[in-house]
Design a protein. Structure first.
Length: 371
């Protein structure tokens, strides 16, 4: 992966999905699809980013043939990765020691229409269940097992429009999803029945709920939501599990394209259609970092690394790393660049002083001037 400036890196493919283990490792996916796989290979790549030194490396790569992976999530309880490809879910295993990515199993989740497409699969916190959603418009809940073989279906929830995003509550009793109706829906994992439907309005106009994440704040379960209208604005919200809004904030006049939450449930990262990025603290929604013109095309995916790094990927064949430690603007390379500039200034000052002392000494030897 070719390094750029300001925390930008350039993989040889359009980036469609990202997922992180929350520490040093993250996976990216994308490619040219079935018709352009020779010119732009469809791949999943694993990367390591060391936050303390800002060092990035690609440690494994998997060619997916004519099938392009459009979404990735990390199943922490199993230390495995779930990939969305076509109408199915694939389970991938990364070996850091052997620098390999291996496909373990695959099962079909979307079957309706000529272009059935799974948008995402997500594992529950303890690894007991997996929920999927896509073009069929049905959230499906599976008994995961060990995820080294295809899981068994528990519930197929009521059909709506195409599923955009979903997440498990931390107690695994609920699945929260959002779809192209613009609504957020809460489903019981024990029955598969819908329990709550949430719609959001800003200034009297409905905004589509495009992203959902479940979290716990002071012992209270909440839902973080990302909302936008087709031409904007973009907002963030916090809801209780009974569908009541707790807090909301306007993010930008233009739409957002993705949202991610860190492992500690303390920050949200938002990508904007303008190519900008924002990092917000939870639960107060304070903007702790922002940067403009990060990507030339809207970035559909984002994730968190380490203690304070937000990573995003775009179809413009770029990956961007933004450090939000200490707040302020700039990319992940900002601190290193500032250090380098300071060192150059110090060396110039030292060189000037040495030269000045040499000149003065020469003048003294010739009997003129004072040191």
């Amino acid at each position: 992966m070719k390094p750029g400036v300001g925390g930008t890196y350039y993989p040889p493919f359009p980036v469609l999905g990202l997922a992180s283990d929350g520490n040093q490792i993250f996976l990216s996916c994308g490619g040219g699809g079935s018709t352009a796989s020779k010119e732009v290979p469809n791949v999943v790549q694993a990367h390591r980013f060391i936050e303390e030194t800002s060092q990035m490396s690609t440690i494994a790569s998997l060619d997916t043939g004519k099938n392009v992976v459009i979404g990735l999530t990390y199943a922490k309880a199993h230390d495995l990765w779930l990939a969305s490809v076509g109408g199915s879910c694939r389970v991938l295993e990364l070996s850091v020691e052997q620098n390999t990515l291996t496909e373990l199993c695959e099962w079909t989740t979307e079957t309706q229409g000529k272009s059935a497409c799974q948008n995402l699969a997500r594992c529950s916190p303890t690894g007991k269940m997996v929920a999927t959603g896509g073009s069929d418009g049905e959230v499906q809940i599976f008994q995961a097992g060990n995820l080294r073989s295809a899981p068994s279906l528990l519930h197929k929830c009521a059909k709506n429009q195409e599923v955009r995003d979903l997440d498990f509550s931390l107690d695994e009793k609920l699945v929260v999803s959002c779809d192209y109706t613009g609504s957020c829906r809460i489903w019981s994992t024990s029955t598969g029945e819908q329990t709550v439907c949430i719609d959001y309005k800003y200034g009297g106009a409905k905004l589509d709920i495009r992203g959902v994440r479940c979290l716990l704040q002071d012992g209270t379960p909440l839902i973080a939501t990302a909302m936008a209208a087709p031409r904007g604005p973009a907002c963030l919200g916090l809801y209780s599990m009974d569908g009541k809004i707790v807090k909301e904030v306007k993010v930008h006049d233009k739409p957002l394209t993705s949202m991610a939450m860190d492992q500690a449930c303390s920050h949200l990262s938002v990508n904007l259609v303008t190519g900008g990025k924002r990092v917000f603290s939870l639960p107060g929604f304070k903007c702790v970092k922002k940067m403009e013109n990060v990507h030339e095309l809207p970035a559909p995916c984002s994730a968190f690394l380490g203690e304070a790094t937000a990573v995003s990927g775009s179809g413009d064949r770029s990956i961007h790393l933004l450090s939000f430690k200490g707040g302020g603007g700039g990319g992940i390379c900002g601190t290193a660049m500032l250090y380098a500039v300071c060192m150059i200034v110090v060396l110039l000052i030292v060189a000037f002083l040495v030269l000045r002392i040499g000149v003065r000494a020469s003048m003294l030897e010739n009997g003129s001037g004072e040191l």
